[in-house]
Every structure is written in structure tokens, then in C-alpha cells.
Design a protein around this ligand. Sequence first.
Ligand code: FAD
Length: 387
Amino acid sequence: MEIAVVGGGIAGTTVAWQLAVQGHQITLFEQSPECGPIGAGILLQPSGQQVLQELGVLESIRNVSPQIDRLHAKHRLGGTLVNLPYAKVSPNLFGLGVLRRNLFTLLLQRCRNSGVDIRSGQQISEYQQSETNVELSNSSGEPQGQFELLIVADGSRSKLREHSGLTRSIREYPDAALWTIGNYTGDGNTLLQVVGRCGRLIGMLPVGENRCSFFWGLKKTEEANVRSAGVDQWKRQVADFYPPAAEAVEHVESMDELIFASYRSVKMKRVTQGRVAFIGDAAHATSPHLGQGLNLALEDALCLSQQIAKTEDYRVALKNFESKRSPTTSYYSTLTATLTPFFQTPNRILQLGRDASLPIMPHLPYIGKQMVLTMAGLKTGWFGDKS
Ligand SMILES: Cc1cc2nc3c(=O)[nH]c(=O)nc-3n(C[C@H](O)[C@H](O)[C@H](O)COP(=O)(O)OP(=O)(O)OC[C@H]3O[C@@H](n4cnc5c(N)ncnc54)[C@H](O)[C@@H]3O)c2cc1C
């Protein structure tokens, strides 16, 4: 088939590569002038590792990414909030602290090598479906070709999702983050999160060679003030909040070097419509607090390409894709949306609830295991898992 993929992020490049390998003719549209990774580091969960294993590229990512053995969340003045080792479920389970650049470069290279036609600098904003094809047009209204299938992977702010008219619910969070890669001499195998009374949250994910992906949680509305106060003031704020984090930001010379990300939660009732399928954040964006978005995007891409390989009838493929993925994505969407307000909340009542329950929960036999399976991305719905 002639297939268009819109969005050259992790979901888009993965599905484009896999479908090109199957012999389909793939055109990948990306709005940025150059395809490139956005952001610093990510925690590749066992679920995402399983996808890369099936694609035959896990080893090369593993070789350059440290093993993450546990999540440790604590109060900035001491006291553990939650300590969640993957080994609670199996000694063979762990995360990987991955530089986005490493994963993205690999996927883009595979796209190029397998003949994907990459058209960057093209923002696709509309499509029209007929009995036989889908026609795309860009943001200037210029036609961009006709395709037998359209895969939409244009991220959480998807223009095509809005254009589709499909039922969706979108919730903007007041929370956001500043991100950078910096020095780190802390525990190189632990994802450390530190919370404060004011609702502040910082994260440090080791990504190898004594570096970490540093995450500074703030409210969206604070961004302008933080930036205008200047880099020295911000560094002082980081050091005051959690002194061991000072080394992670010491290299920052200007606030412009920091990546800013705000979040939203997106849920769609249906993720397919005729010849169109939505995958990744376009279909089910979440806040990053549970660290699942990229892993879900990889799973979507693999599942969709596998379903397309199994049948000549795209309708069957899309229907099977939707029914296979829906229990998992709706579990993680609902859970993340429920838990997000507890992570960066300045509300004392929510904080007290969180602080009283979280330290105990991992020690409860059933709950503790479910927490690790959830973190590992291995839940396939409220009751199932693939451990
Ligand atoms: C601060 C932060 C930390 C995170 N940490 C983690 C983590 O540790 N683990 C994890 O699993 N997930 C994490 N995530 C989530 C993860 O980054 C996303 O879930 C993942 O990148 C989604 O991939 P995607 O390909 O669906 O979308 P995106 O990565 O958003 O890619 C969409 C692409 O589409 C392009 N595009 C958009 N609109 C158009 C258009 N109209 N036409 C053409 N191109 C278009 C964009 O330029 C972009 O390249 C984090 C997110 C944030 C913000």
C-alpha cells in the first residue's frame, strides 16, 4: 500500500520503518525543518524494551544506557515516599536510562535505510477520505498526495485529531517541566524523584557517563517569571531545594538552553476512522509522571505494523489494532490522569493523602506487585499483565 505517516517522533518513525520493511511505500511528513529528537532523557520500561527486542535493536540501546533498578521518590528534607525496585517482580526486570537522541537517531536511520520518503518542513493539517483513498493537505492548503492509509502520529497537540471530529477528551494540566542533561554523581541505577511541600518536584534519571536527565517541575504560569529572573537565580533555587541537584544544572549558562514541556491528557473513544489510525501521544497523551508515553507509543507502532502484516484488508487490520491496544492504553491513561494531581500538588490535603499511603503501598503483597508491573509498562488492562 501507499501509506502516509504524519509526525516524525518515536511513534511515527517506528511505524514508518516497520511498514517500509514489509514492502509498503511510506511517506513520512514532519513539520520541523529537520527530523530530530525533542527532550533530554527517558526511562525505557521493560514494555518498550520488549518492542525494541522484537525490532532487533535493543542491544545497541542497552549498550549505551545504564540499567535502572528502581524508582526512589523522597521528600527533599528526608523520608522516603516510595521505593519501588523492579526486582520485586523479577530479577530480570529493569528500566534503561536512555538519551532520546540515541533512540531517535537509530529509528531515523532505519527509516532512511528502508526507503521511507521523509518530507520534513511539512505541517499536515487536514485530510479528506473517499472510498478509495485519503488525501492530505498542508497548513497552506496545498495538496500533499493521496494514500491508501493514513497513520497519524503527530503528538499530544495533534492537528489531525482535531480535524477528525472523533470524540476525544482533553485536559490541560497546570504542571510543566524544564529539562536538561547534566552531571550526576548520585546512584547511577536509580530514578530519583524529590518532592517538596510547595508542590515542587524534581527528577534525576541517570543516562550514563555520570550524567542525568534533570527534570524541574513547575507550574506552567511560572515559566515566564523563572526565565526572566535569570539563570543564576534558577540555579540557586535548584541548589536550595535539593543541594545534590546543583551539579546537574551547573553547566547551564542561559535559560534558553532548557527545554520547556507542558502536559495534557488526551483520551479518544475510537482511534481509527475509515482509512485513518491514530497512534502514540496523538491518541492517548498522558503526563510524564508515570513515565509510560514513549513506551506506549512504541507498542502502538509495533502492534499496528504487525496487524497490517497479517491481512490484506486494512479494515480488519485497523479494527484488530484498536481492540488489542485499547485495554492497555485506557488503563495507563486513566491511572496517570488520576495520579497526576498528587505528584506536583501544592494542596496540603492531597499531599497528606499521598504521604500517608505511598510509603505503605509497595509493602502490601498484591498492591506492591501491581505497582511494579504498572511502572514496568507490563499491565495490559486493570486485571491483566504480560509478566
Ligand atoms: C518532560 C517529559 C518527560 C517524559 N519522560 C518520559 C519517560 O521517561 N518515559 C516515557 O515513556 N515517556 C516520557 N515522556 C512522554 C514521551 O515523550 C511521549 O509520550 C512520546 O514522545 C510520544 O511520542 P509520539 O511519537 O507519539 O509523539 P511526539 O514525540 O510528540 O512526536 C510527534 C511528532 O509529530 C510532529 N508533528 C506535530 N504536528 C504535526 C503536523 N501537523 N504535521 C507534521 N508533523 C507534525 C512533531 O514535530 C513531532 O516530531 C515524557 C514527556 C515529557 C514532556
